[in-house]
Design a protein around this ligand. Structure first.
Ligand code: ADP
Ligand code: MG
Length: 173
């Protein structure tokens, strides 16, 4: 597998967790666009949004997507990467796009159990569960549009990795 693999999906769907395990299984590199932004800008997502607004963050996110794209790489993308049509098109043209799909209730319970450090500000300022339901409803169609394969991400990380590998095999059989 030399084409980059892009993992898309909402925050908490397991892009980082599954991406690390998938890269290991494939003997690939792993990169995370949020982490790339953090190390290259030395700012958290919250800092970038505070200083440059969401538009500024989205511009930097698109730049990060292009910078990390390389053969033999598993790429975990930020939850909002699919918002820009140009990002969806870029990913579909440059690699294989996998949507890790999980319902809002599961995303919420994962994020509540393990609140991330430097969590990005909520878009609405309302409780996280309400926001997840709304954001997922708004983005679900975009995740589906971007994806070559949709994988059920409610299972264990090992099962999800196996399902992604099976999907990749199908496509390249
Ligand atoms: P993302 O990168 O998509 O935001 P993460 O990989 O950071 O998601 O996972 C979010 C949280 O959910 C972490 O605490 C992680 O340990 C947990 N998690 C991820 N995948 C699973 C899974 N398949 N089953 C249970 N918990 C998971
Ligand atoms: Mg992540």
């Amino acid at each position: 597998m030399t084409q980059p693999i892009y993992l898309v999906g909402a925050r908490g769907c397991g892009k980082t967790t599954v991406g690390v395990a998938l890269a290991q299984a494939l003997g690939c590199n792993f990169v995370d666009t949020d982490h790339y932004l953090l190390t290259t800008t030395k700012m958290s997502v919250a800092d970038i949004v505070a200083q440059e607004g969401w538009d500024g963050f989205r511009r930097r996110e698109s730049g990060a997507l292009q910078s990390v794209t390389a053969p033999g790489t598993v790429i975990a993308t930020g939850g909002g990467m699919v918002l820009a049509e140009s990002n969806r098109q870029f990913m579909r043209e440059h690699g294989v796009v996998i949507y890790l799909r999980a319902p809002a209730q599961i995303l919420a319970s994962r994020l509540e159990a393990f609140p991330e450090e430097g969590q990005r500000p909520t878009l609405t300022g309302r409780p996280i569960t309400d926001e997840i339901v709304e954001v997922l409803a708004a983005r679900e169609a975009l995740y589906n549009q971007a994806a070559h394969h949709v994988v059920d991400a409610t299972r264990s990380p090992e099962e999800i990795v196996a399902a992604v590998l099976a999907a990749l095999h199908t496509a390249h059989a």
